[in-house]
Design a protein around this ligand. Structure first.
Ligand SMILES: Nc1ncnc2c1ncn2[C@@H]1O[C@H](COP(=O)(O)OP(=O)(O)OP(=O)(O)O)[C@@H](O)[C@H]1O
Ligand SMILES: [Mg+2]
Length: 257
């Protein structure tokens, strides 16, 4: 079981003699196969926490375990897939060739990833079935982001770290893509840690929402989203959905004042 445990994590940045405490006393647990969102004001340490979990940065204090391994060991064992704000696609390669990229890179490094998913099926589930042989440069921003998501789900990594993957998209595209992410996640059930500023996305997608407060970044509340799955668009009109959205909004506002 690749559960992720974060215990008493503290992170201090020191730059030109100036100290910033980005995270203080962060304790969290991410169960394998769950979808967890991190939400909180700008600068509260969401990206920092994601980088520490993913082994890209060290905590100043505290302990992180990824199924019994350190984040660095887990990263070396290809446990993590990253989905950034803009996907790193090669424009002159086709969509399918871009999907194959992580496998080529790993093969060259002598690593053969097992349990490979069908790239065509993954592309179909994000609505790109007709664009498999198109060049990445011929796609819109939203389509490129969907390739990035499909690729992460097909990469063989059991844990996906997504840092505001939809922030560069317009609202309508964003809404559509959130349902495609929901669909692909409900089929493949990887562990996802998803940073967002959108209350709607956090409630729609997540099993748990972690609300953070800033200066220094702390966990202010962890809210279980007890809505049935599979989740369909009509769920957004339900009283329960609105209840969760206002619960999180209230929690965020309390911390402003
Ligand atoms: N490499 C760094 N060096 C120094 N300070 C840093 C570094 N990275 C982040 N910080 C500081 O740590 C704090 C948390 O930053 P972080 O990027 O994690 O916030 P965030 O919650 O992701 O914000 P946003 O919602 O704007 O993306 C901020 O005060 C930031 O200035
Ligand atoms: Mg950030």
């Amino acid at each position: 079981m690749s559960n992720i445990k974060v215990e008493k994590v503290f992170k201090r940045f020191v730059r030109r003699g100036q100290m910033t405490d980005a995270l203080r006393d962060v304790n969290l647990e991410f169960k394998q196969g769950t979808f967890v969102s991190l939400i909180g004001p700008s600068g509260c340490g969401k990206s920092t926490l994601l980088r520490i979990i993913g082994g890209l940065m060290e905590a100043s204090e505290g302990m992180i375990s990824v199924g019994g391994q350190t984040p660095q060991q887990a990263q070396a064992a290809k446990q993590f897939g990253f989905v950034p704000q803009a996907p790193a696609l090669f424009p002159w390669r086709t969509v399918l060739e871009n999907m194959n990229l992580p496998f080529e890179v790993n093969r060259k490094a002598g690593i053969n990833l097992s349990d490979r998913e069908d790239p065509v099926e993954l592309l179909q589930s994000v609505g790109l079935g007709d664009f498999i042989h198109a060049y990445a440069k011929e796609l819109s921003g939203g389509m490129q982001q969907r390739v990035g998501i499909a690729r992460a789900f097909g990469s063989g990594a059991p844990i996906l770290l997504m840092d505001e993957p939809f922030s560069a998209l317009d609202e309508i595209t964003r809404e559509m893509i959130s349902y495609q992410l929901l669909n692909i996640w409900e089929t493949h059930q990887k562990t996802v840690i998803f940073v967002t500023h959108s209350l709607r996305e956090a409630v729609l997608l997540s099993d748990k929402v972690v609300v953070m407060s800033s200066r220094p970044g702390r966990i202010s509340q962890v809210i279980d989203i007890d809505l049935p799955r599979p989740r369909t668009p009509d769920i957004e009109d339900s009283d329960e959905f609105h209840h969760y959205v206002s619960l999180i909004r209230g929690q965020l506002r309390e911390r402003w004042g």
